[in-house]
Write a protein that binds this ligand. Sequence first.
Ligand SMILES: [Zn+2]
Length: 323
Amino acid sequence: MTGLRVLPGLVTAAVQRRTLAVWLGVRRRVAVLAGATGVARGRQAAVAGWRPPGTGGVLVVVAHPDDDLFFLSPDIVHDLRAGRPVVTVYVTSGDAGRPDRYWRGRERGIGAAYARMVGAADRWSTSRVSIGTAVMTEAVLLDHPAVRLCFLRLPDGGMEGAGTPRSGPASLQRLVNGTASVLWTVETPARAYSRSALLDVLGRFITELQPTVVRTLDHAGAWGDGDHSDHHAVARLLVAARDRSAPDVPVVGYVGYPVRDLPVNVDGADLNAKVDALAAYAPFDPLMCRPEEFQGRPEGAWLPRQHRVDRCSAAGASPSSAA
Ligand SMILES: [Zn+2]
């Protein structure tokens, strides 16, 4: 063995410090977990409660900051340009197992995209707010305060729901399937959400906003069908939350990655608006190229398509009549 020799006493001290740090970290996580699941609500008293921008409007619930731009557009462009209140909830950070600066850049980029879609200046007010027993970051578009982006910052679970080295093997898919009991956020300090806690959070968004429609991803597709595991997991959670809290509110689901195999149905001004929003987002996401470079890539096939999933609507409400 080569290299530095370390005195045994220093090793012991280092181990003690590490043990203490781990223990303190565990204690902090337990405290935050207790808050997130409602066991110790008093711990969140310093955070203001979330207030919806009135009632009505559109609730959007997706997995990653860009799902809405690829798969729910141009419908969300129409919502925004009609002046409807739009609250979009990103359940994961879309971290892809990367450092914090990556997913923080995506949050910044999705703000730029929404400002572009609205036709407003890219100026936002950001704060921490609570909804139920959960805490999240909310960004409010200054010139159009009824446009809100809410970030729960759970970890990206990867295509197959196996998690990432950064976050470990837990994922939304495993939470939905019951093979994981909680999922920790990627921020510091981390928060934990059980499946029940997430259903409560999503249900509260619906009951407090009372949207005319909720837009989400594909809840009906099978795991491993070519779509991202987080897309199916978020949509399944959203539909379950709707069924439990407000079964009359219509939900419209949208096909994710497999939309590439469906007919082209977006063109003209709608396609231009979609490209424009992605052009505003792309500079903040180093994993995404610019729209003019999409040709031959999956993104190039997603752009001219938007397809709804027919099986997400509430009883008696068809997706076409709800949207
Ligand atoms: Zn996605």
